[in-house]
Design a binder for this molecule. Structure first.
Ligand code: HEM
Length: 398
């Protein structure tokens, strides 16, 4: 083995130099801890994502274990895992995607602009009032969690439970022993809650995503009850820590680059552009997983049938072949070719929502951003091999 490993503390703190090394030679190297073939160059990342006959998304199920395992709860006896949109290939993928696609269109997302704005205002107001915060705990986590809870149709008096459940979903993969049991208990409660809610929506439909799912369930063969549960849970997970990492990562980037903050303040119409650059620069999802459907060649490397790959969006987004001076955060850069939301078939379903939340967050944080001061110099990162963002961000307001 060549000794590359994504899980070491040094790589957690700074994955960018490892990615630069992995872009050399063939651009494809096996990396620990699980010996994935990591695809590092932009052109190869795009090719791997587009060649869906050669690279299957079933590998995602190994990484999203809790979601798939949970869905089997809804199925009673059967141990077969139902596919989720993100861990399936066609034709299953398109069947599931079509059910939800319209609900995440720019138009549909535009309709909740008002509520996202007022939620953002109230979170910021309480930070300003206190004069200090952990921006992650007090802002970047609650914003997307509350937005998706509202979209799913969770009753407001269950938001606290919902927050605890989604924390458990995120913590489960790295938890051990008693911790793990506790998280599993929370997740079972969540599954029961969603199942009960789906039952209710079958007789009393409302304008929410659970109703969209049970409506599709009524039409023969569109979606099974276990898939309804898995889809609801996936929507919870996929949109939370990712958007949290984007906003937190961008705030850090602005604090590290005051010249860029000054540029944005001088011309706030750059917010849209800055969010695309934030997606490129931070890559909240560093990479996701595929496996080779047969012996395949990618960029001159033979990948044996069944072998797992990590398609590294974060490395592609720092590829100097595509982005000049790629390690520079530059709010005026044209970053639109980034692959932070993936590419092709599995392109992020929630991209319009994530972009809107991030634009509103940055626009509204802009007036107080120059007053933020770190109260602690050490940094920490979320415990994940494929997500990246600050785990905490304790700040004082000068
Ligand atoms: C900054 C925030 C986000 C980032 C960086 C992000 C990133 C991604 C990426 C890279 C993929 C591609 C998966 C693949 O190629 O296998 C993806 C898929 C997906 N995302 Fe996001 N995401 C974000 C926010 C959201 C939000 C807010 C939601 C929904 C509420 C969401 C829901 C999904 C779903 C359902 C898929 C699967 C789509 C499919 O397989 O067709 N994401 N996301």
């Amino acid at each position: 083995m060549n000794g590359y490993d994504l899980s070491t503390p040094d790589v957690r703190a700074n994955p960018w130099s490892l990615y630069a090394e992995l872009r050399t030679d063939s651009g494809i190297h096996q990396v620990g801890p699980a010996d994935h073939y990591l695809v590092a160059r932009y052109a190869d990342v795009v090719a791997a994502l587009e060649r869906t006959d050669d690279f299957s998304s079933l590998e995602m199920a190994n990484q999203l274990g809790p979601i798939d395992a949970l869905a089997s709860l809804a199925g009673g006896e059967s141990r077969d895992l139902p596919p989720t949109i993100i861990s399936s290939d066609n034709p299953i993928h398109n069947r599931l995607r079509l059910i939800m696609q319209r609900r995440f269109s720019p138009r549909a997302v535009g309709k909740i602009e008002g509520p996202i704005r007022s939620l953002t205002d109230s979170l910021i107001a309480s930070i300003v009032e206190r004069g200090e915060c952990d921006l992650v705990r007090d802002f970047t986590i609650p914003l997307p969690v509350i937005v998706i809870a509202q979209l799913l149709g969770i009753e407001e008096d269950r938001f606290e439970d919902f927050k605890r459940w989604s924390d458990s979903l995120i913590a489960l993969p790295t938890a051990r022993d008693e911790e793990r049991q506790r998280h599993l208990g929370e997740i079972i409660q969540l599954a029961q809650y969603f199942l009960a809610m789906a039952d209710k929506r079958r007789t009393e439909p409302a304008d929410d995503l659970i109703s969209v799912l049970v409506e599709a369930e009524r039409e023969a063969d569109r979606i099974s009850t276990r898939e309804v549960l898995a889809f609801a849970i996936l929507l919870m997970v996929a949109g939370n820590e990712t958007t949290t990492n984007l906003i937190g990562g961008m705030v850090e980037a602005f604090m590290d680059n005051p010249d860029q903050l000054a540029k944005l303040q001088a011309d706030p119409s750059l917010v849209r552009n800055a969010v695309e650059e934030g997606l490129r620069y931070c890559s909240p999802v560093q990479g996701l997983f595929r496996n080779a459907t047969r012996d395949v060649e990618l960029a001159g490397t033979l990948i044996p049938e069944g072998a797992p790959l990590m398609v590294c969006y974060a490395s592609a987004n720092r590829d100097p072949e595509i982005f000049s001076d790629p390690d520079r955060f530059d709010v005026t850069r044209d970053a639109r070719r980034h692959v932070a939301f993936g590419r092709g078939l599995h392109f992020c379903l929630g991209a319009n929502l994530a972009r809107r939340e991030a634009r509103i967050a940055i626009e509204k944080l802009l007036p107080i951003l120059p007053r933020f001061r770190r109260v602690r110099e050490e940094r920490d990162w979320v415990d994940s091999l494929f997500l990246r963002g600050p785990k905490t961000l304790p700040l004082a307001l000068d």
